[in-house]
Design a protein around this ligand. Structure first.
Ligand code: FAD
Length: 386
């Protein structure tokens, strides 16, 4: 899998997958992106199309209803979708990498059999509830509690900004909760909460700056009772396990970001050749050509960074630093390219129906979600022994 880093050429099956998703993004996603963005509506028909293609099962073995691929395959799909529609891409990213992956990594056989075929089919979505109103970067400051009562966990508290948590096909939210320990050393565990369960509420959706077609809600838990066996992974390992999920997730977000960065390049190249000012295409001006060349360099560098992190992960090597580097570099590339593309489009770049305007609004969250840029810098610094 890692050979392509040396040769610069992806093996055939990866190229084929990327092309299939690229075609789908162009023919099925692009025509409805502006509408869903404007209406803030969840793209159920697009999600059903991705489900039919098996994208929600990409990195899972066939025995659990997956496609038998790997995490890099998921990243390639996210890059292609991210070029066209970040809301659609994050719906897939969160569904697979945050919704289903914790069960694949940490679930027991019964939990895997119960949940993975359903989530891998894409007919149902799972969500990942870590962030709370009190803080996301300091996720260990969890206040949500779960206590054992007569063979059940009783969960109380709230979560904030949770992706895919309130759609018509959301069937599961995995949450972190304090299950014991003292004030100085909390015991945090993760627990599977099927949707619906009495006492669980997905509050009204947020009115966001971007990712308008992605589903995001605050969640409240009021004496939510789930069976004791819904504990996911070892008791007290919930926080550590979620951090591992986030390390992987950063590579996926980096891939999505590279897609956004590249989408801005592609749109800008086209526009710079077509749009004329002072009697010639604006791209004939070196100032514009240099701007686009720099955008291309950012996208290329960020892609190399996420390929590198994915290769390390799949080779079983430590990849925390590489994932943090990729996430930071790629999300900044997306934001910088979105700003430059908007400038190249002039006044049209400020019109919501133009893809670059959507990228401009959508890209900011890439520097915030699944660990802010500052959190990536903290992780990189720590890995350097600082
Ligand atoms: C659209 C959207 C979707 C999301 N989806 C999910 C989801 O599915 N599941 C989930 O659990 N969460 C989700 N999140 C939450 C997201 O991961 C958090 O918003 C993010 O981790 C930041 O947490 P915060 O918002 O609490 O900011 P804070 O942690 O309060 O940080 C505020 C600012 O302070 C900075 N900061 C904090 N600590 C330090 C420090 N020590 N040094 C320097 N700077 C620091 C941060 O970098 C940031 O700039 C989502 C958020 C959004 C907006």
């Amino acid at each position: 899998m890692t050979d392509f880093l040396a040769t610069g050429t992806l093996p055939d099956h990866y190229q084929q997958l990327a092309k299939t998703v690229r075609d789908f993004a162009q023919s099925v996603v692009a025509p409805v992106s502006a509408k869903h963005d404007e209406e803030h509506s969840f793209p159920y028909e697009v999600v059903a199309g991705m489900a039919d293609m098996g994208l929600f099962g990409l990195p899972f073995p066939e025995e659990y209803g997956g496609m038998g691929g790997d995490y890099f395959a998921l990243c390639l799909a996210l890059e292609e979708l991210g070029k066209v529609d970040q809301s659609v891409a994050i719906t897939l990213e969160a569904g697979v990498s945050l919704g289903a992956m914790p069960i694949y990594r940490f679930g027991n056989e019964k939990q895997k059999q119960e949940w993975l075929p359903l989530l891998a089919s894409g007919k149902a979505l799972g969500a990942f509830g870590l962030t709370e109103p009190g803080g996301g970067s300091d996720a260990g400051a969890t206040k949500t509690t779960a206590r054992l009562d007569d063979g059940h966990w009783v969960i109380n508290g709230s979560k904030q900004f949770i992706t895919n948590s309130g759609t018509d096909i959301t069937k599961l939210v995995t949450v972190t909760a304090v299950t014991g320990g003292g004030a100085s050393k909390k015991e945090i565990s993760s627990i599977l909460v099927p949707v619906p369960t009495p006492g669980f509420t997905a509050e009204p959706a947020y009115n966001k700056v971007g990712w308008n077609a992605s589903d995001t809600h605050p969640l409240s838990f009021d004496d939510v009772r789930v069976p004791e066996e819904n504990l996911l992974g070892e008791r007290g390992r919930g926080y550590a396990n979620f951090l591992r999920i986030l390390d992987e997730g950063r590579i996926a977000i980096a891939a999505l970001s590279v897609g956004a960065a590249q989408g801005c390049v592609d749109e800008s190249v086209k526009y710079a050749k077509e749009r004329e000012a002072f009697g010639r295409p604006i791209g004939a001006n070196q100032a514009i050509a240099f701007k686009i060349a720099r955008m291309e360099a950012r996208a290329h560098t960020a892609r190399t960074a996420y390929y590198d992190a994915a290769a390390m992960m799949l080779a079983g090597k430590p990849f925390k630093k590489a994932a943090a580097v990729a996430k930071m570099v790629a999300s900044e590339a997306a934001m910088d390219n979105a700003r430059d593309a908007t400038q190249i489009f002039g006044g049209y770049g400020f019109m919501n129906e133009y893809p670059v305007a959507r990228h401009y609004r959508d890209s900011k969250i890439l520097e915030i979600g699944e660990g802010t840029t500052e959190v990536q810098l903290m992780l990189i610094g720590r890995e350097l022994g600082l």
